[in-house]
Ligand binder design. Structure first.
Ligand code: BGC
Length: 468
């Protein structure tokens, strides 16, 4: 495992000359973020595929629900599995397996000959998505230098939004041909790109250090941060070792209950629960139905508005990448919750039945809602999740947060049509608005600031040793 140290400006262990090393971080970021695209693609693609699938298989309403839910359900299991194996096998191997399962699941879904096979394939896709949604941000946060970490991890969220937009566009192009099989199977393409890329990637230096492969860790740090001298790279690894030592040996689950760590667990879980109950996936999955309720007649205008939502989501996530390391996490999170809460009040007002003249107001407010979400509530829980937990507890802590994310994703996506049918859009969006208001108050009191602080410094403040 441990390889010989590199000397001077000679070739690195990965066969690249030093002057070409600057590209390595960018390549790794692009690769890990591509897993975010798989996530987003699969979230969005079912919106356009489902009406066609129901024609092919004559599925009941419950069957439809189960088919949609299969992804978040599989993802809950995937997050747990990734947490179990991200430490023993390493982040890289877990991501490698995810990409294979993803490619297989996409092809199986696209060629399914029965409803049961399709549900099974979507469960498998969910498994891969849940596992990679845990391992990829972890890999990214552990690779990135502290001053870029916010932007680098936000790249993962950006690719989720790019995946959603891509799936909306794919749906729009393929829908007139009834080609739902292609809609689902196309997910195999980015999955195979990920598989190829991850084969040629180095492992996370923090994981290598955790496994005692010190020299290898130093090589990876020099590879991804070519501006550091050999001594500086050694110092980075020494800091990781120090943080690891401060964390104590193999802390058990009780470490999560320690005074230092418990608030982090509660905060990250709450951040994801609030992200989901803000109603984001009601909008992402059901945008055309919402547009119809708002008074937009005609499927083409509904679809165009849906694509518009996808575009705003992508653009504002790009903005997030620029501001997250400048303004900091805390002010951005508070602003995001206040902005989404206010937008939801306006959406709720504009969705009054029999008032089609309010449709443009509803659409504008929906765009504002997505913009506030994308600049804040979208990327920040992922970022916090990947940077707050001490190394020794990181994968398990992230798993708990991911399970919360996927479980509430599932609950909201299922509850939305029922609540909408019973109480109408005005009440439904007002409920989301109340949750966002709670989110603003919660962030005001509890959101920590981690801007520009290294993972090791964060770790020093939250050592699980206190619990053991
Ligand atoms: C959420 C997803 C959501 C997406 C929308 C992510 O941060 O976890 O559930 O669909 O943002 O962009």
């Amino acid at each position: 495992m441990v390889s010989a140290p590199c000397r001077g400006r000679l070739r690195t262990p990965f066969g690249l000359k030093t002057r070409r090393k600057t590209r390595m971080l960018i390549r790794l970021v692009a690769l890990a973020a591509l897993f975010g695209m798989l996530f987003g693609f699969d979230e969005g693609v079912i919106a356009g595929a489902l009406p066609l699938i129901t024609k092919t298989f004559d599925i009941s309403a419950t069957g439809e629900g189960f088919m949609t839910a299969a992804v978040p359900l599989g993802a809950v299991a995937g997050a747990i599995l990734a947490a179990m194996y991200a430490d023993s096998l390493g982040r890289r191997k877990v991501l490698m397996m995810c990409s294979l399962v993803f490619a297989f699941g996409a092809v199986a879904a696209g060629s399914a000959t029965s409803e049961e096979i399709l549900v099974g394939a979507r469960l498998m896709l969910g498994l891969a998505i849940g596992a990679s949604a845990l391992a990829a941000p972890m890999f990214l946060a552990e690779l990135a230098p502290a001053k870029y970490r916010g932007a680098v991890v936000s790249a993962f969220q950006l690719m989720i939004t790019v995946g959603i937009l891509t799936s909306y566009l794919v749906d729009m192009v393929l829908e007139p041909h009834g080609a739902w099989r292609w809609m689902l199977a196309l997910g195999a393409v980015p999955a195979l790109v990920c598989f190829t890329g991850i084969i040629f990637s180095p492992e996370s230096p923090r994981w290598l250090t955790m496994k005692g492969a010190r020299d290898k860790a130093i090589e990876v740090v020099s590879l991804i941060q070519p501006d550091l001298s050999r001594e500086q790279a050694t110092h980075v690894v020494a800091e990781i070792e120090q943080a690891k030592a401060a964390g104590g040996a193999e802390p058990g689950w009780t470490a999560f209950l320690s005074d230092n760590v418990r608030p982090l667990v509660i905060f990250t879980i709450a951040a994801f629960v609030l992200q989901q109950v803000s109603g984001i996936n009601a909008v992402i999955y059901y945008a055309p139905i919402i547009m119809k309720d708002a008074g937009f007649d005609g499927s083409s205008s509904q679809l165009a508005a849906t694509v518009g939502i996808g575009v705003v989501n992508v653009l504002m996530t790009v903005v997030a990448m620029f501001v997250v390391d400048r303004f900091g996490r805390r002010p951005l999170l508070i602003l995001g919750f206040i902005g989404t809460a206010l937008s939801l009040v306006v959406i709720s007002f504009a969705m009054q039945p029999d008032k089609p003249e309010l449709a443009p107001l509803a659409l504008t407010a929906l765009f504002a809602y997505i913009a506030f979400f994308a600049v804040s509530l979208g990327p920040l829980p992922w970022l916090y999740m990947s940077e707050l937990f001490p190394l020794a507890l990181r994968s398990r802590g992230m798993a708990m947060a991911s399970v919360a994310n996927w479980s509430f994703n599932f609950i909201v996506v299922f509850a939305f049509p029922v609540v909408l049918a019973h109480f109408g859009a005005v009440v439904t969006f007002a409920i989301f608005g109340i949750f966002c208001t709670i989110g603003a108050i919660f962030s005001w009191f509890y959101a920590p600031e981690t801007k520009g602080v290294s993972l090791e410094e964060i770790e020093m403040q939250h050592s699980p040793a206190a619990a053991t």
